[in-house]
Write a protein that binds this ligand. Structure first.
Ligand code: PLP
Length: 389
């Protein structure tokens, strides 16, 4: 238990007792850098860099077109590695394209499901949700004539709900099972965005009754910049999901070059065109590290790191909108500051990398495999010092 005023030695003791501490050695950790932005771009696994070199110099340069024999099913293989991280069964996740594209596909699919269930074409998305989620909904509404509601409280007249499990600003965590059931009871289909949850907290998508979900792999899953996102479809929907982007990688017999589109009767019907193999190979390593370390240990450390961050906020007089109850938050902490851009820039100058979320938030990411308790300690003290200037 931390004392009334936390010392750096206490933070170092937490590191010494941390069962995940050895994982940090598997990542490139730039000298002297206090990196607290793993919730935007996770640190690079050393094995990912080796894998990229091997894929480029051997599989691509030497194997050339022949390497497609083991590249073709990479979106599904990485999906199967990712599945246990979000409590999904094998064969229910594919890794492909971007969160934005995958959301577009699944919101369309959800509208079709809602129509099948006799529901109206209304889509609810919180006005505080991540911009791409709101923009995708707005774009689909413009194209289809669906009505948009910026409020999730009343689902009357709503057929589809789009929502993030962990708020990208405050880290507030929604109740996945309860909110899925509430929407279901109102007749609505939820498309969950788990970008800030996958690899950060324990998620049991199947047990929670989740029907459709997407998320990125470049944050807590250490997939690399622009790494492909993932899509999850519940088994009972996968054979008939109606999505609007028809590409040949979803085609059941791809190389028959048939005239008619006849997609896989499973989650692979979401695949589009040729996947970026280099990016997928790197993501495979990051996702594999998280799966191997295990979500129970990762989530427990995320709670401990964010507990420390919030305790330090209280001690240092910093105000945070992040829930103090560890069960109600993800693995990042937001801090309210004046002049957030200037604070962020000065922190970077001092070698402390955080996020800024305008107008007034500094965001501290606590990626369990790479963030040390002393990083949180040093980072929070730096934020307090800079914010006070
Ligand atoms: C909740 C959420 N959804 C989506 C995205 C981004 O989507 P994309 O991967 O398509 O850029 C982010 C990026 O930070 C995010 O936080």
């Amino acid at each position: 238990m931390l004392g009334a005023v936390t010392t750096r030695d206490e933070a170092a003791e937490l590191d010494a007792a941390d069962p995940l501490a050895p994982w940090r050695e598997r990542f490139v950790t730039p000298d002297g850098l206090v990196y607290l932005d793993g919730n935007s771009l996770g640190m690079a696994p050393r094995a990912a860099i080796e894998r990229l070199a091997a894929v480029a110099s051997t599989e691509w340069a030497e194997g050339l077109i022949r390497s497609w024999d083991h590249w073709l099913d990479l979106p599904s293989r990485v999906g199967d590695r990712l599945a246990p991280i979000i409590g999904a069964p094998p064969g229910s996740v594919v890794v492909h394209d971007s969160t934005t594209v995958n959301l577009y596909q699944l919101v369309h699919a959800a509208l079709a499901l809602a129509a099948e269930r006799g529901r109206p074409a209304g889509i609810a998305v919180s006005g505080a949700d991540f911009p791409t989620d709101r923009y995708v909904v707005a774009g689909i509404a413009r194209a289809t004539g669906a009505a948009v509601r910026a409020d999730l409280a009343d689902l009357d007249g709503v057929g589809v709900v789009v929502r993030s499990l962990v708020d990208y600003r405050t880290a507030e965590l929604a109740d996945l099972a309860r909110e899925t059931a509430r929407a279901r009871a109102a007749g609505a289909v939820v498309v969950w965005d788990l970008s800030h949850a996958a690899g950060a907290i324990e998620v049991d998508a199947e047990a929670a009754g989740v029907e459709l979900a997407v998320g990125c792999t470049y944050k807590f899953l250490h997939g690399g910049p622009g790494a492909p996102a993932w899509s999850y479809v519940a088994a009972e929907l996968a054979d008939r999901l109606d999505q609007p982007l028809w590409g040949w990688f979803a085609q059941r017999v791809q190389f028959a070059m048939a005239e008619r589109y006849d997609p896989y009767p499973d989650v692979r019907r979401l695949l589009l065109g040729t996947p970026g193999i280099l990016a997928l190979a790197a993501a495979d390593v990051g996702v594999g590290h998280v799966a191997d370390a295990g979500m129970a240990a990762i989530a427990a450390k995320g709670r401990a790191l964010t507990d420390l961050a919030l305790a330090l906020c209280a001690e240092l007089g910093l105000q945070s909108p992040t829930p103090t109850d560890a069960a109600r938050r993800g693995a990042h902490v937001a801090i309210r500051v004046d002049h957030a851009d200037a604070v962020h820039a000065e922190l970077i100058r001092r070698g402390v990398v955080t996020d800024v979320r305008r107008p007034d938030l500094i965001r501290i990411g606590c990626a369990a495999l790479t963030t040390r308790f002393v990083d949180v300690y040093d980072g929070l003290r730096a934020v307090a010092e800079v914010a006070r200037r």
